[in-house]
Design a protein around this ligand. Structure first.
Ligand SMILES: [Cu+2]
Length: 295
């Protein structure tokens, strides 16, 4: 019976996981391909799809012809941040290279249930009136736009302009020809503008946090040392009182004991006392050692 239920569970799991396969999910993507053309390369729909700076046929100055037809597919989502500590969002690639005067078609796939953008800056404003080419969607969807890249060697910033999305990883660059100065803080590509330091400084701060513990223990040691001095002081004081009180009594006792004895008798008595004490001590040690040996 248990096997029957196990089999049933496995079969159900297989069916459920099969139903949610990546390919089927991809097919479920909304494709924004019915956008309203507002002119000037600006297209929008009512579902949050947007293209800005689309240019399929105006050649930038310096381009006698389209040098190359190229297309890229860029995926955007939270899951692409996992390889880059400190980020929350990401593109599946953070750098692309194309030749000058390329006609580039960008297919942008948003895999998150929020708004993301693929926004490219620094284009000449006499062709691209906002100086940018931009694709945008809200929620899981797909959108495609086209532009023609200028003739100069230049590196363009690409990012998502939604608040904090770039700072949290949605930063990339598109290199045309030999490119120009690269942008900082591009995940996996360039160094951080403000480096995160998870190294020695953190270790130091941890030490500082931990420091009060050994500090406290040493303070505790000092604290225990202070009272421990007072027992030793009190012991010392008790010894003095005892010595002062008992010594005259002992002297009195032995004065009476040795009264009338000759010097030789006193010394032999003391020797005997010493011997008996030594014998008692040896006996005690023997019994102790014997006890240990027995064990
Ligand atoms: Cu975004």
């Amino acid at each position: 019976m248990a096997r029957y239920y196990t089999g049933l569970l496995v079969a159900t799991l297989i069916l459920v996981s099969g139903k949610g396969s990546a390919a089927e999910k991809a097919e479920q993507l909304i494709e924004h391909n019915m956008l309203m053309n507002h002119g000037g390369g600006h297209l929008m729909d009512m579902e949050g799809g947007m293209i800005m700076g689309q240019n399929k046929d105006t050649l930038p100055p310096g381009c006698n012809r389209i040098s190359e037809e190229a297309s890229i597919t860029v995926r955007a989502g939270h899951k692409y941040s996992k390889d880059f500590p400190g980020t929350m969002f990401g593109f599946d690639a953070h750098e692309w290279r194309v030749k000058p005067c390329t006609r580039l078609t960008v297919t942008f796939i948003n895999e998150d249930h929020i708004r993301h953008q693929w926004m490219m800056h620094g284009l000449p404003k006499f062709i691209y009136d906002k100086g940018m080419f931009h694709l945008e969607m809200t929620g899981p969807a797909k959108i495609t736009g086209t532009l023609i890249l200028p003739s100069e060697d230049k590196t363009y910033l690409v990012h998502c302009d939604i608040a904090q999305h770039m700072e949290k990883g949605m930063k990339a660059q598109l290199i045309v020809g030999k490119g120009s100065t690269p942008f900082p803080s591009i995940p996996g590509i360039t160094d951080l503008a403000i480096p995160d330091d998870y190294g020695p400084k953190v270790a130091d701060s941890v030490k500082q946090v931990v420091a009060p513990v050994p500090g406290a223990s040493s303070a505790g040691g000092a604290a225990t040392a202070t009272p421990s001095q007072s027992p030793s002081n009190s012991t010392f004081l008790f010894g003095i009182i005892l010595g002062v009180a008992v010594t005259p009594l002992a002297i009195g006792y032995y004065k009476k004991r040795f009264q009338g004895m000759s010097g030789q008798e006193v010394s032999s008595h003391l020797v005997n006392l010493g011997k008996s004490s030594l014998d008692k001590l040896l006996g005690l040690l023997t019994s102790l050692l014997g006890g240990v040996n027995k064990k």
